[in-house]
Design a protein around this ligand. Structure first.
Ligand code: AMP
Ligand code: ZN
Length: 474
């Protein structure tokens, strides 16, 4: 079965065919590193992490190159560095490290490449030079601007005509612009701001050119898949296409920059758009103190990636219960061996444009089936005794494979249930359980009850099973 992806540019769901199956390329616009990421920022990270994992599964781990940039040149970074009286690198390194740690807590793999703007200035200057040489950009008063009128397909990604844009947009009118829609590729730095050399004077790049230049320099054109949140379609991605296409020689089409475009829907809080400018911001950093990262990840995957996702406490609590159920199945059936079956492709549910809600219900179904087959093996006919263990193993294999691509159920089930307990508490609980076992063996019921009360007081629930007692924090 083929992977199908909804392509924003072509406005249809298409079979995904990479340019080179030995080197599949994916680029996602990354963070501007001047503060903590909010939970909305984590949505594209987790969504494209699932895509990255799926592509690695299909094409092989060494055949997928995933780049996510770090924007380390920005007005807000300058402001923060000025406020703290430090170099911008102090700010950007601090927040890039926090970002990576927070996203790792959500189970996101590190991308293959994490290019930074400050390390790609030559590529940026060179792409701007190519745009000027090709007649698509002009220098004026220390600025370089993209000449929107020179690119006939401008607006094709966001499906807007130039006239619409002129009528509808509040764009900055500046005396050095030929056309109000022309956007900045390079601009002079203000007093006290960081600056880099260029043929057009000292200054710094505009935002859009970063991505197209880093893509060309780090991945090569065209790439297979470009992703980001749907707020980036216009103007950011529209401008990236214009730059990436026009910097190349000869007659080029939009697909000569990126062949598939994917955009995630927005996460909202109580149906309001969540953004840094509104007060209703929830930081990943804080959230992972309150919930295991896997619960947050599971909640992020509960809606299809293109749909809006309303973020509530109920969603998080429900997600924890759902994971508890599946981890419970894994715990009770940890001796069931894994067995692949050629008729069963557990990843099929994700092949239809990354349908993660369907994948989650598939995990439930598989978990239920594992228990069903394990139990029927104990009770029923000779035939069931032979077939049921095989069926349980096939379901367990499918469950594990699908969970790995979703990046969930990655913990040892026992550790999962002990989550939140530090080493001291774990040692104490284990000792109490040993003492309880001894008391029971000696039929010392009074002592066994006393120990049970002590465990209760520690907020520990004991689960007695065929392989002995396990426990969890209530
Ligand atoms: P920003 O730091 O605002 O540039 O956002 C980084 C990434 O997060 C971009 O891909 C945005 O589209 C995405 N993003 C920002 N806010 C949200 C949100 N509330 N829901 C989903 N994605 C978001
Ligand atoms: Zn970008």
């Amino acid at each position: 079965m083929k992977l199908k992806l909804q392509d924003t540019l072509k406005r249809e769901k298409r079979d995904f065919v990479p340019r080179d199956p030995k080197r599949v390329t994916l680029y996602v616009c990354g963070p501007t590193v001047y503060n903590h990421a909010h939970i909305g920022n984590a949505r594209p990270v987790v969504v494209f992490d699932v895509l990255f994992r799926l592509l690695r599964e299909i094409y092989g781990v060494d055949h997928v190159v995933y780049a996510r940039n770090i924007t380390d040149v920005d007005d807000k970074i300058n402001q923060k560095a000025m406020d703290e009286g430090v170099d911008i690198s102090v700010i950007t390194n601090r927040y890039a490290d926090i970002y990576n740690a927070d996203m790792a807590a959500l189970g996101a793999l590190r991308p293959t490449l994490e290019p930074r703007v400050t390390a790609n200035m030559d590529a940026i200057v060179s792409q701007i030079g190519a745009l000027i040489n090709n007649g698509h950009a002009y220098a004026a008063e220390g600025h370089v601007l993209f000449d929107v009128a020179s690119y006939k397909s401008y607006g094709s990604l966001s499906n807007r005509s130039l006239d619409d844009m002129i009528a509808g947009a509040r764009v900055e009118v500046a005396p050095y612009k030929k056309n109000a829609q022309d956007f900045v590729l390079w601009k002079p730095s203000k007093e006290g701001e960081p600056r880099w050399d260029s043929p057009w004077g000292e200054g710094r790049p505009g935002w859009h050119i970063e991505c197209s230049a880093m893509i060309e320099a780090n991945l090569g054109l065209p790439i297979d898949i470009h992703g980001g949140g749907h707020d980036l379609i216009f103007p950011h991605h529209e401008n990236e296409i214009a730059q990436g296409v026009c910097a190349q020689h000869g007659h080029k089409h939009e697909e000569d920059y990126a062949r598939y475009w994917m955009h995630n829907g927005f996460l909202t809080m109580d149906a309001e758009k969540m953004s840094k400018s509104l007060g209703n911001v929830l930081l990943v950093h804080d959230l992972i103190q309150q919930y295991p990262g896997e619960v947050v990840r599971w909640a992020l995957l509960s809606a299809h990636y293109r749909s809006p996702l309303n973020w509530t406490k109920d969603l998080l609590d429900q997600s924890r219960k759902e994971l508890d159920y599946i981890y419970g199945v894994l715990l009770r059936n940890k001796n069931v061996p894994l067995k692949a079956h050629q008729m069963e492709n557990p990843l099929e549910v994700l092949m239809d444009d990354l349908n993660t809600p369907l994948a989650k219900s598939k995990l439930f179904e598989l978990a239920k089936n594992v228990e069903h087959f394990v139990n029927s093996e104990v009770k029923r006919t000779e035939l069931a005794q032979e077939v049921a263990p095989v069926a349980a193993s096939i379901c367990m294999y499918s469950l594990r494979s699908l969970a790995n691509v979703l990046g969930v159920l990655q913990q040892d089930p026992e550790d999962w249930f002990k989550g939140g307990a530090d080493d001291d508490l774990s040692a104490k609980v284990e000792a109490l359980l040993e003492a309880r076992k001894t008391a029971r063996a000696e039929k010392n019921w009074g002592e066994a009850d006393r120990i049970r009360d002590e465990l209760n007081a520690l907020n520990v629930e004991v689960m007695d099973g065929p392989q002995g007692a396990t426990w969890k924090i209530k």
